[in-house]
Design a protein around this ligand. Structure first.
Ligand code: GDP
Ligand code: IMO
Ligand code: MG
Length: 444
């Protein structure tokens, strides 16, 4: 059995958590391969809402093993909070049993969080992600497998703290790291995660050899990719398909499907250019923010909103090669008179359909729209009953009213990617799957 990948196709928060939760019952491993607790992935079933930052979203399937993979930067204290929340909900302790931390993943320490707090440009999540990846690239970071070696060498501990304090000083942060606090933090990690820190690449590879199904869970989105996104307003990792297997410690030949998740509109948290951005004060931008509850899952910051941007989506497809698209939050557009889709940019008088390489140039791009009829707003229950009918009658997208289905068909046509599932509400049941497609599996 192969590996399938779920990736954000925009600037994050597209609904990756929901898609992973839907696919996980058919997988025996769910693996995060990059990023850290800058991610916030939401799963909703009935009255329960789970917000996960590092635990893979396959956690809801009890037969699914969970890996925090090689390519991640991991905050062990935030992980502890997540695990405690999961325990209070389920009384299960997955760590060391079905949840494993890669020994090659990097540790996010208090130093990284403090250093990140000095960011004034990107509008980061402040979780220490960039500084932890910077240490990794500079080859001075501490990976989980390095911890015991560092603890037993007081010279190393002291040199590391001197470096950290110099760097904090250089960005005007007054807090300091002491050798004692660094040593006790590292010791805490070893004590808290016995049997959990493993060579996870070997575990996943052997699962593949046993014919098991692997799900690779992306965080952030294509436009936040360090190489391909709107640099410098990006995150510090490769969020794309090319890194999914690498960050999990397996090879790309295992991949069968790669799903891109996109909202039926666009959101962005943090700074940086956003050509199809709308005002949050009135009009469709405010409608999207209010009806879609567009607040960051990790930081609670209001998300910026705008129309669906096909230039961004097609660019994301260029370097990810999606085999299927999941369109989420179509329900949120209900009640708008008209729905626009950005199909190109006016760039200094020239029509272009690609992303220029500098953020200044992207900021000069003016969106060119096509306009479609809107459709009435429906309640959560009405959308769920539409999805139920689609499943029980096996009619797929025919369950949607014409004007709703028209938007889906237009996205499919403009992107050239098969739309395999359409989200019509936060609940795991509020999705309409394409007949015969990879999401057309559960008609409980
Ligand atoms: P992720 O980071 O990609 O996992 O996405 P987030 O969880 O940060 O943000 C997506 C938000 O949209 C969450 O609150 C989800 O519960 C919600 N959501 C996901 N799919 C849908 C959908 O189809 N309709 C609506 N209304 N909400 C959705
Ligand atoms: P999920 O996985 C949305 C954004 C931040 C900031 C930039 C860099 O939930 O989709 P960082 O802390 O990573 O150095 O911040 O990236 N960002 C996200 N935006 N969803 C996310 O994750 C994000 N993770 C980082 O807002 O603009
Ligand atoms: Mg999110």
């Amino acid at each position: 059995m192969p590996a399938n990948i779920v990736l954000g196709a925009q600037w994050g928060d597209e609904g990756k958590g929901k898609a992973i939760d839907q696919l996980a019952p058919d997988s025996t491993w769910a693996v995060r391969f990059q990023g850290g607790n800058n991610a916030g992935h939401t799963i909703v079933f009935g009255d329960t809402t789970l917000k996960l930052h590092q635990i893979p979203s396959g956690v809801t399937s009890m037969d699914c093993n969970l890996v925090l993979g090689d390519g991640m930067v991991i905050d062990p204290w935030v992980l502890e909070e997540e695990l405690e929340r999961w325990f209070s909900l389920t009384e299960e302790r997955p760590e060391g049993n079905r949840l494993f931390i890669s020994e090659r993943a990097s540790v996010i320490l208090p130093f990284h969080r403090l250093y990140d707090s000095a960011d004034k440009i990107v509008g980061t999540t402040g979780r220490g992600i960039g500084p932890a990846y910077r240490d990794r690239i500079e080859r001075v970071g501490i990976r989980f497998c390095d911890i015991s070696g560092v603890i037993s060498d007081m010279d190393k501990i002291s040199n590391i703290t001197i470096r950290m304090n110099k760097q904090l000083d250089s960005v005007g942060v007054s807090e300091r790291i002491t050798p004692e606090s660094l040593k006790s933090d590292l010791q805490w990690i070893l004590d808290r995660y016995p049997n959990t820190i493993r060579h996870t690449g070997l575990m996943i590879d052997s699962a593949l050899q046993n014919g098991e199904q692997i799900l690779l869970e992306g965080a952030q989105g294509a436009m936040l990719d360090i190489d391909q996104g709107t640099y410098p307003f990006v995150t510090s990792s490769v969020t794309s398909r090319a890194n999914a297997t690498h960050g999990a410690g397996i090879h790309p030949g295992h991949v069968e499907q790669c799903f891109g998740i996109t909202k039926a509109y666009t959101t962005r948290v943090g700074n940086g250019p956003f050509p199809s951005e709308l005002s949050l004060n009135g009009g469709p931008g405010q409608h999207m923010a209010e009806v879609g509850h567009e607040y960051g899952t990790t930081t609670g910051r209001p998300r910026r909103t705008g129309w669906l941007d096909m230039v961004a989506l097609c660019d994301a497809h260029r370097f990810n090669g999606y085999t299927g698209l999941v369109v989420t939050k179509l329900d949120v557009l209900g009640g708008l008179d008209e729905i626009k889709i950005c199909v190109g940019y006016d760039f200094d008088g020239e029509v272009i359909k690609y992303f220029p390489s500098t953020s200044d140039e992207v900021a000069r791009c003016k969106p060119i729209y096509e306009t479609h009829d809107g459709f009435p707003s429906l309640s959560d229950e009405e959308w769920i009953s539409m999805a139920d009918r689609s499943r029980s009658e096996g009619i797929g997208y025919a369950a949607m009213p014409d004007k709703v289905r028209h938007i889906v068909e237009r996205i499919e046509f403009l992107s050239g990617i098969s739309v395999v599932s359409v989200g019509v509400g936060p609940d795991r049941k509020a999705s309409i799957a394409k007949i015969g497609g990879p999401f057309d599996v559960r008609s409980e």
